[in-house]
Design a protein around this ligand. Structure first.
Ligand SMILES: [Zn+2]
Length: 227
């Protein structure tokens, strides 16, 4: 009897393995090449889902092959724009597990948007590329914000950069023990600044764009949507 049962059990286990593999392949293939984003809410959901994969250690690195490179060569149509810090620990496409042509990324040290070059880039993403969600993302242990609230003596372009960040954070928050609050408040000010663009407000009022403030935890890899 045992002689008969053992091959049957092995056969059943193999069949189950094949079924699981096929199911898994179908899910990842669909997610990898066919992301459909019709609304701002779906765009935000796609970013959240990608970050969840990243945090849980199961990224699928979608839409990163040469087929995608060639498909996006004629034009881009990203579904999201992210204003983030240049910090090497916050690689936007990896953090959200997205691919080529998915996210229009604007990165500066400290993610401050108080100049026309950055604001022009944001306007371009919204007006001409039609992104559906725009995130302003600060992050823990941000060196730009840390330096800005430490009242250092940097000169030249670095001094100007730190002054721009510092000016957007109230004096009472210029304390290292308050760093996380300062980082979040600074991102909030950038969102308010972006909202001063009439083109962007119009898109939001029409329901064509969501703008959110986010915070990236450099320890866990998790992005929290703050507001
Ligand atoms: Zn930073």
């Amino acid at each position: 009897m045992k002689r008969i049962l053992l091959p049957i059990i092995i056969l059943l286990a193999m069949c189950a393995g094949v079924v699981m593999y096929v199911l898994k392949s179908n899910v990842s293939t669909s997610e990898e090449c066919c992301l459909v984003v019709n609304t701002p809410e779906e765009a935000l959901a796609a970013l959240k889902a990608g970050n969840e994969r990243y945090v849980s250690g199961t990224p699928i690195h979608p839409r990163c092959d040469m087929e995608r490179v060639q498909a996006t060569a004629p034009h881009q149509a990203p579904f999201a724009a992210v204003v983030g810090c240049s910090d090497s620990r916050v690689p936007v496409e990896l953090v959200f597990d997205q691919g080529v042509g998915d996210i229009f990324v604007i990165r500066t040290a400290g993610n401050n948007v108080n100049n026309d070059v950055v604001m022009g880039s944001i306007d371009y993403a919204v007006e001409h590329l039609g992104v559906k969600v725009l995130l302003v993302m600060g992050h823990g242990s941000c060196g730009g914000v840390t330096s800005a609230i430490s009242n250092g003596e940097e000169q030249g372009a670095i001094g100007n950069l730190l002054e721009a960040i510092s000016n957007d954070i109230p004096e009472c928050m210029h304390k290292i023990e308050d760093l996380d609050n300062a980082i979040r408040y600074h991102a909030h000010v950038q969102v308010e600044r972006i909202l001063s663009s009439p083109h962007i407000m119009e898109k939001i009022e029409k329901g064509e764009l969501l703008i959110k403030r986010a915070y990236y935890d450099v320890h866990s890899g998790r992005v929290t949507i703050d507001g």
